[in-house]
Design a protein around this ligand. Sequence first.
Ligand code: ADP
Length: 291
Amino acid sequence: MQKKHSWKKEQPQIVLSGTASALISTRREVVRRALPAGQEVQMYTDELERLKRELESANQMKDKFLSIASHELRTPITVIRAHAQMIERNIAKRPDVSSNLSTLITSLKIIDEQTHRLSVLVDNLLDPNSNRDGKMQLRRELRDLAALCREVVEEQRLLSSRLIELDLPPEPVILCLDHQRMSQVVTNIISNALKYSPADLPVRVQVDQRDNVAVLQVSDAGPGIAADQQTRIFEPFYRTPEAQGSSKRGLGLGLAICKDIVEQHDGRIWCDSCVGKGSTFVVELPLAMVP
Ligand code: ADP
């Protein structure tokens, strides 16, 4: 049995502490007028300390709520998705797939795509370890970036049925990384490349190793991104005017989270692009010092 969390009980405390805070401030103002300058400074210092503690505790409560909400939402989404995939596979295996059944397969594919979208949204919006407070906890270990990219590409090929070319070096590219977080980065960049480029054109994923860095490049033949937008797209909630005016939906959060994750790994991420000629997203990460 899963332990029940009680964040709801803590909510009234926020309201009470806000009211109490206002009352204390009014009383302190009366006291302040009667105090000499040195004591006044001390009073403000104490007040600031108290406010800081209150903010920290509110922040912890917010993180707790986000992780519970995220976990609670993610579980049913995963189950729905797994069942939709299982039924779809079972129907597709039958030798006599009638036109009624192929309509069913199409609907199941839509359920699968939309639940995938929902889980990406939940990850981006509700994950307290994401980029909002700079307190991401990484679980880093020695991993092969090439193998990680292969896994993500295979998954994206299955989900999108698109052509994704993969160019990996023959030897492993060993980095000290958080596998789940870095998979999130690679998934996000590849799914953006698929989303913003025409369905009949391939996306290319390449991993190289130079000097003491690993370089991942994801290129597409989409509309490209104007020079003045190429850094802005890494800001939270920023979407280019072209994306906003298109049918491609999004929140403009994915790349901001990717940047945060890459920088927490002491790496860099940027975009090379030319309008009308496609885009290449580049991630550069330090290689691990393997003895
Ligand atoms: P979202 O795709 O949800 O809007 P992202 O943070 O992943 O959010 O991307 C931010 C913006 O960057 C997108 O809205 C789009 O304008 C632009 N963008 C990202 N990847 C590409 C790409 N491969 N080609 C063209 N534009 C892109």
